[in-house]
Design a protein around this ligand. Structure first.
Ligand code: MD3
Ligand code: FE
Length: 203
Protein backbone atom coordinates (compact mmCIF):
# COMPACT_ATOMS: atom_id res chain seq x y z
CA UNK A 1 0.00 0.00 0.00
CA UNK A 2 2.99 2.31 0.44
CA UNK A 3 3.57 4.45 -2.60
CA UNK A 4 6.41 6.39 -4.10
CA UNK A 5 4.42 9.24 -5.61
CA UNK A 6 7.36 11.19 -7.08
CA UNK A 7 11.16 11.11 -6.74
CA UNK A 8 11.85 11.74 -3.03
CA UNK A 9 8.16 11.60 -2.08
CA UNK A 10 6.70 8.58 -0.35
CA UNK A 11 3.48 7.78 1.52
CA UNK A 12 3.81 5.20 4.33
CA UNK A 13 0.29 3.97 4.99
CA UNK A 14 -0.88 3.73 8.59
CA UNK A 15 2.47 3.82 10.40
CA UNK A 16 1.34 6.75 12.55
CA UNK A 17 -1.82 5.02 13.82
CA UNK A 18 -1.84 3.38 17.27
CA UNK A 19 0.95 5.47 18.78
CA UNK A 20 0.33 7.97 21.56
CA UNK A 21 0.30 10.91 19.17
CA UNK A 22 -3.04 12.33 20.32
CA UNK A 23 -1.94 12.22 23.97
CA UNK A 24 1.23 14.06 22.89
CA UNK A 25 -0.91 16.58 21.03
CA UNK A 26 -3.05 17.17 24.13
CA UNK A 27 0.07 18.09 26.13
CA UNK A 28 1.23 20.50 23.40
CA UNK A 29 -2.22 22.09 23.09
CA UNK A 30 -2.42 22.64 26.85
CA UNK A 31 0.62 24.97 26.64
CA UNK A 32 0.15 26.33 23.11
CA UNK A 33 -3.52 26.24 22.05
CA UNK A 34 -4.60 26.13 18.41
CA UNK A 35 -5.19 29.59 16.96
CA UNK A 36 -5.97 31.18 13.60
CA UNK A 37 -3.16 33.31 12.27
CA UNK A 38 -3.29 36.29 9.91
CA UNK A 39 -1.66 36.39 6.48
CA UNK A 40 0.66 39.32 5.67
CA UNK A 41 -2.21 40.50 3.43
CA UNK A 42 -4.55 40.74 6.45
CA UNK A 43 -6.73 37.66 5.90
CA UNK A 44 -7.39 34.99 8.52
CA UNK A 45 -5.94 31.58 7.67
CA UNK A 46 -8.74 28.95 7.78
CA UNK A 47 -6.54 26.20 9.23
CA UNK A 48 -5.97 26.41 13.01
CA UNK A 49 -2.31 26.04 13.96
CA UNK A 50 0.10 25.53 16.81
CA UNK A 51 3.71 24.32 17.06
CA UNK A 52 6.14 22.34 19.15
CA UNK A 53 9.93 22.05 19.04
CA UNK A 54 12.70 24.66 19.08
CA UNK A 55 11.05 26.69 16.31
CA UNK A 56 7.44 27.37 15.36
CA UNK A 57 5.99 28.70 12.12
CA UNK A 58 4.10 31.95 12.53
CA UNK A 59 2.27 34.30 10.20
CA UNK A 60 1.10 37.85 10.89
CA UNK A 61 1.02 41.27 9.16
CA UNK A 62 4.86 41.24 9.21
CA UNK A 63 5.15 38.02 7.18
CA UNK A 64 5.77 34.28 7.46
CA UNK A 65 8.69 33.07 9.57
CA UNK A 66 9.91 30.69 12.29
CA UNK A 67 10.08 31.94 15.88
CA UNK A 68 11.49 30.37 19.08
CA UNK A 69 8.60 31.76 21.18
CA UNK A 70 4.82 31.56 20.91
CA UNK A 71 3.69 35.13 20.17
CA UNK A 72 0.39 34.51 22.05
CA UNK A 73 2.03 33.56 25.37
CA UNK A 74 5.57 34.92 25.02
CA UNK A 75 6.87 31.49 26.11
CA UNK A 76 9.05 29.03 24.17
CA UNK A 77 7.06 26.54 22.09
CA UNK A 78 6.47 23.23 23.97
CA UNK A 79 8.99 20.45 23.46
CA UNK A 80 8.20 17.82 20.86
CA UNK A 81 6.70 14.80 22.64
CA UNK A 82 9.11 11.82 22.38
CA UNK A 83 6.57 9.78 20.35
CA UNK A 84 6.52 12.60 17.74
CA UNK A 85 10.32 12.57 17.39
CA UNK A 86 10.46 8.76 17.19
CA UNK A 87 7.92 8.62 14.38
CA UNK A 88 9.66 11.41 12.42
CA UNK A 89 12.99 9.55 12.70
CA UNK A 90 11.47 6.22 11.67
CA UNK A 91 9.63 7.62 8.67
CA UNK A 92 12.64 9.54 7.36
CA UNK A 93 14.83 6.42 7.67
CA UNK A 94 12.32 4.21 5.84
CA UNK A 95 12.24 6.78 3.02
CA UNK A 96 16.05 6.77 2.85
CA UNK A 97 16.86 10.06 4.62
CA UNK A 98 19.46 9.59 7.35
CA UNK A 99 20.06 11.98 10.23
CA UNK A 100 16.71 13.81 10.03
CA UNK A 101 16.63 15.99 13.16
CA UNK A 102 13.54 18.18 13.04
CA UNK A 103 13.71 21.42 15.05
CA UNK A 104 10.13 22.43 14.19
CA UNK A 105 6.76 20.71 14.18
CA UNK A 106 3.88 22.73 12.75
CA UNK A 107 0.50 21.29 13.72
CA UNK A 108 -2.49 22.05 11.48
CA UNK A 109 -6.12 21.43 12.41
CA UNK A 110 -8.82 21.36 9.71
CA UNK A 111 -12.54 21.56 10.40
CA UNK A 112 -14.96 20.55 7.64
CA UNK A 113 -15.08 23.28 4.97
CA UNK A 114 -11.45 24.31 5.51
CA UNK A 115 -8.74 23.88 2.83
CA UNK A 116 -5.09 24.76 2.28
CA UNK A 117 -4.45 26.24 -1.16
CA UNK A 118 -1.55 25.20 -3.39
CA UNK A 119 1.76 26.50 -2.03
CA UNK A 120 5.45 25.70 -1.64
CA UNK A 121 7.17 25.43 1.78
CA UNK A 122 10.05 27.91 1.49
CA UNK A 123 10.32 29.53 4.93
CA UNK A 124 12.95 27.08 6.19
CA UNK A 125 16.66 28.03 6.21
CA UNK A 126 17.59 25.14 3.87
CA UNK A 127 15.91 22.55 1.67
CA UNK A 128 18.34 19.62 2.00
CA UNK A 129 16.29 17.88 4.69
CA UNK A 130 12.90 16.35 3.92
CA UNK A 131 9.58 17.31 5.53
CA UNK A 132 7.74 14.47 7.29
CA UNK A 133 3.96 14.82 7.61
CA UNK A 134 1.52 12.76 9.67
CA UNK A 135 -2.24 12.73 9.01
CA UNK A 136 -4.66 12.04 11.88
CA UNK A 137 -8.45 11.92 12.03
CA UNK A 138 -10.74 12.66 9.10
CA UNK A 139 -9.43 11.78 5.62
CA UNK A 140 -8.39 14.48 3.17
CA UNK A 141 -7.50 14.81 -0.47
CA UNK A 142 -3.93 15.95 -0.95
CA UNK A 143 -2.87 17.73 -4.16
CA UNK A 144 0.71 17.30 -5.30
CA UNK A 145 2.25 19.03 -8.29
CA UNK A 146 5.80 19.72 -9.44
CA UNK A 147 8.36 22.37 -8.60
CA UNK A 148 6.83 24.63 -11.25
CA UNK A 149 3.47 26.26 -10.42
CA UNK A 150 2.14 25.13 -13.81
CA UNK A 151 3.16 21.47 -13.47
CA UNK A 152 0.20 19.07 -13.49
CA UNK A 153 -1.27 18.18 -10.08
CA UNK A 154 -2.23 14.70 -8.89
CA UNK A 155 -4.54 13.82 -6.02
CA UNK A 156 -3.89 11.33 -3.21
CA UNK A 157 -6.16 10.40 -0.30
CA UNK A 158 -4.55 10.71 3.14
CA UNK A 159 -6.07 8.69 6.00
CA UNK A 160 -5.58 8.45 9.76
CA UNK A 161 -2.04 7.28 10.48
CA UNK A 162 -0.62 7.90 7.01
CA UNK A 163 2.87 9.39 7.09
CA UNK A 164 4.47 11.08 4.10
CA UNK A 165 8.06 12.06 3.48
CA UNK A 166 8.86 14.86 1.03
CA UNK A 167 12.52 15.28 0.21
CA UNK A 168 15.05 15.57 -2.57
CA UNK A 169 13.48 16.82 -5.78
CA UNK A 170 10.00 16.85 -4.13
CA UNK A 171 10.99 19.20 -1.31
CA UNK A 172 9.92 22.29 -3.23
CA UNK A 173 6.89 20.76 -4.94
CA UNK A 174 3.60 22.68 -4.95
CA UNK A 175 0.98 21.03 -2.73
CA UNK A 176 -2.31 21.65 -0.93
CA UNK A 177 -5.34 20.11 0.75
CA UNK A 178 -8.84 20.19 -0.80
CA UNK A 179 -11.79 21.40 1.29
CA UNK A 180 -12.31 18.93 4.15
CA UNK A 181 -15.56 16.99 3.95
CA UNK A 182 -17.81 16.69 7.02
CA UNK A 183 -17.45 13.54 9.08
CA UNK A 184 -16.55 12.21 12.46
CA UNK A 185 -13.47 10.18 13.37
CA UNK A 186 -13.31 8.03 16.52
CA UNK A 187 -9.88 9.44 17.52
CA UNK A 188 -10.20 13.15 16.67
CA UNK A 189 -13.91 13.89 16.33
CA UNK A 190 -14.97 16.29 13.56
CA UNK A 191 -11.52 17.36 12.39
CA UNK A 192 -8.28 16.41 10.66
CA UNK A 193 -4.90 17.03 12.29
CA UNK A 194 -1.61 17.20 10.40
CA UNK A 195 1.83 17.20 12.03
CA UNK A 196 4.66 18.47 9.80
CA UNK A 197 8.22 17.96 10.97
CA UNK A 198 10.87 20.26 9.53
CA UNK A 199 14.50 21.26 9.82
CA UNK A 200 13.71 24.95 9.78
CA UNK A 201 16.75 26.63 11.38
CA UNK A 202 20.37 27.07 10.28
CA UNK A 203 22.24 23.80 10.44
C1 MD3 B 1 5.11 18.38 -0.09
N1 MD3 B 1 0.33 20.88 5.25
O1 MD3 B 1 1.86 22.58 6.67
S1 MD3 B 1 0.91 17.83 4.60
C2 MD3 B 1 2.01 22.58 5.44
O2 MD3 B 1 -2.08 18.41 5.38
C3 MD3 B 1 1.19 21.69 4.61
O3 MD3 B 1 -1.76 20.14 6.59
C4 MD3 B 1 -0.61 20.06 4.55
O4 MD3 B 1 1.29 21.74 3.43
C5 MD3 B 1 -1.55 19.48 5.58
O5 MD3 B 1 2.84 23.29 4.86
C6 MD3 B 1 0.02 19.03 3.73
C7 MD3 B 1 1.92 17.22 3.34
C8 MD3 B 1 3.08 18.06 2.92
C9 MD3 B 1 3.74 18.91 3.77
C10 MD3 B 1 4.83 19.61 3.33
C11 MD3 B 1 5.30 19.44 2.03
C12 MD3 B 1 3.53 17.89 1.65
C13 MD3 B 1 4.65 18.57 1.19
C14 MD3 B 1 6.46 20.12 1.56
C15 MD3 B 1 6.90 19.89 0.29
C16 MD3 B 1 6.23 19.03 -0.54
FE1 FE C 1 3.04 22.89 2.90
Amino acid sequence: RDEIIAPGAMILRGIGADRDLLAGLASVEARAPFRRMMTPGGRQIGVEMTNCGMLGWVSDRRGYRYETHDPESGRPWPDMPPCFVELAHEAALIAGFEAFEPDACLINRYAPGVKMGLHQDRDEAGFDAPIVSVSLGLPATFQFGGTDRKDPVRRHELHHGDVAVWGGPSRLAWHGILTLKPGEHPETGRCRINLTFRQAGQR
